[in-house]
Design a binder for this molecule. Structure first.
Ligand code: NAP
Length: 375
């Protein structure tokens, strides 16, 4: 029985992971659950999975839950998340949104827990540090994101040294083909209408700006230990091929399937095994009939180039890019700024940034805090 701590259990990834766990009770149990403020949903999850520990954002919610569930250890805040990440479990699924996912990943590694990693910001901001610590502690980081899961699957049974390049695919988002002029007027509702995937709001906006693809490039660099020059991005609007790996013999391996996050989540939980499930399967004659590929428009969607640039410069550049992006996406969702101001502001922030290169989790969080205040 694999004991799993689910951080971000009320979110898009968290709820899908719990659906999988619920259908495979003989394989998995839940050690810890954590959420921000969605206490009604968390309570339903507590009643269903009976975890040993629960972590919430606010102290008052923790106190109320503790009264209601005296046998469960209820914790709160950043320290609570860290406690949940180091609880008695075999694996931590980090499905938190944002930089708050960094420290729980780091502390789970220190506690020797394998990690199913959905939280992008962990590797974007702290990639080198996290991967070095994971190697030192013998901890596995299993990708949950569909693109990285695809690359990971294409690498199974192949020699890493013969890898020529990674090709990350992306749908192009709802504004594929738009000019910069057209992007000026787009609304939040348009940006949230992703053509293929149903996801949380932040990542949906990141998909529309192509920042999501930029974050994935940085994650891939660290997860698979390859140089940026070996990572290409290709727009594939049908989202059937989730990414590819080309080898020295010019053979290209692709991982395909319907756009359903439950597939990569289930693989991260069960690796190296594959478990039977009741997800919808791909009808290759129908969904695979017209697969197309094109280059991303990096001039219009600047975030992708900015992510390559920030990662190439290294140090705290990706940290401030990520922090600025989180704040700007939130401002866009609140109607305070226009869509194109996200990329314009990030470009300015990167130009003005004075970097630090010797990173610790504390320095990363400090730089993140600073940039958030500045935006
Ligand atoms: N969704 C996808 O399909 C997808 C695909 C690939 C990668 N990812 C990545 O996976 C991560 C999670 O994405 P998501 O779409 O699942 O996000 P989401 O739907 O916004 O869920 C975020 C989760 O984090 C919790 N949370 C928020 N603030 C918190 C706090 N201060 N303390 C503790 N918990 C807190 C939320 O709780 P409340 O519900 O209480 O707010 C929720 O459970 C992101 O890094 C994203 O980029 C997502």
């Amino acid at each position: 029985m694999k004991k799993i701590a689910v951080l971000g259990s009320t979110g898009s990834i968290g709820t899908q992971a719990l659906e999988i766990i619920e259908k495979n009770r003989e394989e998995y149990s839940v050690s810890a659950l954590s959420c921000g403020r969605n206490i009604p949903l968390l309570q339903k999850q507590i009643d269903l999975f009976l975890p040993d520990m629960v972590s919430v954002k606010e102290k008052k919610d923790a106190e109320e839950l503790q009264k209601k569930y005296p046998k469960i250890h209820v914790v709160y805040g950043e320290e609570g998340l860290i406690e949940a990440a180091s609880c008695d479990c075999h694996m931590v699924l980090n499905a938190l949104m944002g930089i708050k996912g960094l420290m729980p990943t780091y502390r789970a590694i220190l506690a020797g827990k394998d990690i199913a990693l959905a939280n992008k910001e962990t590797l974007v901001a702290g990639g080198q540090l996290i991967m070095e610590k994971a190697a030192e502690k013998g901890v596995r980081i299993l990708p949950v994101d569909s693109e990285h899961s695809a690359v990971f699957q294409c690498m199974q049974g192949n020699e890493k040294k013969s890898l020529k390049r990674i090709i990350l695919t992306g749908s192009g988002g709802p504004f594929r083909g738009f000019s910069t002029r057209q992007l000026y007027d787009v609304t939040k509702e348009q940006a949230l209408a992703h053509p293929n995937w149903s996801m949380g709001q932040k990542i949906t906006i990141d998909s529309a700006t192509l920042m999501n693809k930029g974050l994935e490039v940085i994650e891939a660099r660290w997860l698979f230990d390859v140089t940026l020059e070996k990572i290409d991005v290709v727009i594939h609007p049908q989202s059937i091929i989730h990414s590819m790996v080309e080898y020295e013999d010019n053979s290209v391996m692709a991982q395909m399937g319907l756009p359903d996050m439950k597939v990569p989540i289930a693989y991260a939980l069960s690796w190296p095994k594959r478990r039977k499930n009741d997800f919808k399967s791909l009808d290759i004659l129908r969904e695979g009939a017209n697969l197309t590929f094109e280059s991303p428009d990096k001039n219009t969607f600047r975030c992708l180039s900015l992510a390559y640039e920030a990662s190439k410069k290294g140090g705290t550049y990706p940290v401030v890019m990520n922090g600025a992006n989180e704040v700007l996406v939130q401002k866009f969702l609140e109607g305070k700024i226009g869509f194109t101001q996200i990329q314009e502001t990030i470009e300015r922030v990167l130009c003005e940034h004075i970097p630090k290169y010797r990173l610790t989790p504390e320095i990363i969080l400090e730089e993140d805090k600073k940039i958030r205040k500045k935006i």
